[in-house]
Design a protein around this ligand. Structure first.
Ligand code: FAD
Ligand code: 5PR
Length: 371
């Protein structure tokens, strides 16, 4: 019998956990290193599109997401108080809190037999097949997976991986707030994207994450310092969105939120020898389409699937990148275009071209899962 293949994964975010689960389910032994002392994610919400849900179906996590998340009724956009026709009615996409999604993936990783090591910082990878840790340890592996986020140390240690980085004008404060009584009604079981563009662009993306919580993505130009602050400044947001004052005041009290400026990082190629990058380490993108984690989850599941189709790891990595590259590049380019032009403010944003990413069908999925 052939020896069991072994993977060392750096990073316990959505991409690393998904890669770990998918590889373990495909028969690999997997050890996952998270630099923090515990596996967790910060207080915000996240949209999981159909592509991500299909990938999570393949690794058996989708039922738990359905039990803990919600399908928003529609995606509605409002500019200066004018509502555009609602979009995505009946489209199966999910909203869930990030801590819950992270907890479900962490549990699934442990259930699949992934060995999780916390407080373990990666500093690089050797393309010959080893993960290098900050404490000097060198861990040999058939495959090293760098899932260590946009600032990836694994990626940065691999000279063969070229990077094109770009920063954008806008940034987002993300907070999770208790759902107040004023917003309890069914008319709030939606994603509502509230925009103003004058005197400068400010936006509150209101996303239901269930009966108890609301996720708010509060976007502004990073030049608008008061609107880019955590904790949320209730005055500046309340002035621009007076009808949302109740949630803005709660957002101001929220703990555990965070501000991020928009950035993209296009990496080519995604692997060097036995080292491969997935998730934001490979393709950090603007959040405009809410696809960053979803694409990372898809690519992680496809990676494990493709490795199962080849004896040779180099061949598998090349075939995997050939399959996922066009979809990923398109998602990065579309979300960057949306961010640069702020075109979502005018509604009707989810055109069939934009929905291509969400409708991506994984090779790893069975016909029953796709149906
Ligand atoms: P990360 O989440 O960055 O995880 C990396 C992990 O690796 C972390 O746990 C980190 O501590 C650990 N780590 C880092 N360095 C090391 C090291 N050297 N050694 C060991 N461990 C290390 N995506 C969606 O699909 N839907 C959305 O609705 C959505 N909304 C978004 C909104 C905003 C404002 C932003 C900025 C992004 C959004 N995204 C969304 C994108 C999504 O958040 C990211 O794509 C996703 O979190 C990336 O996951 P990851 O696992 O690749 O990286
Ligand atoms: N979509 C989602 C999101 O969380 C953000 C954006 C788009 C789901 C961040 O608020 O455009 O910034 C965005």
């Amino acid at each position: 019998m052939e020896a069991r293949r072994h993977a060392e994964v750096a990073g316990g975010g959505f991409a690393g956990l998904t890669a770990g689960i998918a590889l373990a389910k495909a028969g690999w032994s997997v050890r996952l290193h998270e630099q923090n002392d515990e596996l967790r994610d910060f207080g915000a919400g996240i949209l999981l599109w159909r592509n991500a849900m299909l990938a999570l179906e393949v690794i058996g996590v989708a039922p738990a997401i359905r039990a803990h998340g919600v399908v928003p009724d529609v995606y509605a956009t409002s500019l200066n108080g004018e509502m555009f026709p609602p979009e995505l009615g009946g489209y199966p996409y999910w909203a869930i809190t990030r801590p819950k999604l992270h907890e479900l993936l962490s549990q699934a990783a442990r259930d699949a037999g992934v060995e999780v090591v916390t407080g373990s910082e990666a500093v690089g990878a050797d393309p010959a097949g080893a993960l290098l840790l900050a404490d000097g340890t060198r861990l040999a592996a058939d495959l090293v997976v760098g899932a260590d986020g946009a600032g990836s140390a694994v990626r940065n240690s691999l000279p063969a991986l070229a990077q094109e980085r770009k920063k954008y004008q806008d940034g987002v404060c993300r907070v999770l707030v208790p759902r107040p009584a004023e917003f309890a009604g069914p008319e709030w079981n939606r994603v509502i994207d509230f925009w103003t563009l004058e005197p400068d662009a400010m936006r509150i993306l209101f996303i239901t994450t269930g009966p108890d919580t609301v996720y708010m993505g509060m976007m502004a130009s990073t030049a608008n310092e008061r609107a880019s602050r955590i904790p949320i400044d209730p005055e500046i947001w309340g002035e621009r969105f007076p009808h949302l004052k109740a949630v803005v005041d709660l957002a101001a009290e929220a703990t555990g939120g965070r501000h991020d400026a928009y950035q993209t990082n296009r990496v080519t190629p995604w692997s060097s020898g036995r080292a491969v990058v997935v998730g934001d380490a490979a393709h950090a993108m603007c959040p405009a389409l809410g696809q960053g984690a979803s694409v990372g989850i898809v690519n992680a599941v496809e990676l494990a699937h493709t490795l199962g189709q080849f004896d040779d790891i180099d061949e598998a990595l090349a075939a995997w990148e050939a399959k996922e590259r066009a979809m990923t590049d398109a998602a990065q380019a579309r979300s960057a275009y949306m961010a640069e032009t702020r075109t979502l403010a005018r509604g009707n944003g989810f055109t069939s071209e934009v929905m291509e990413t969400a409708n991506f069908v994984l090779d790893a999925a069975t016909p029953a899962q796709i149906a």
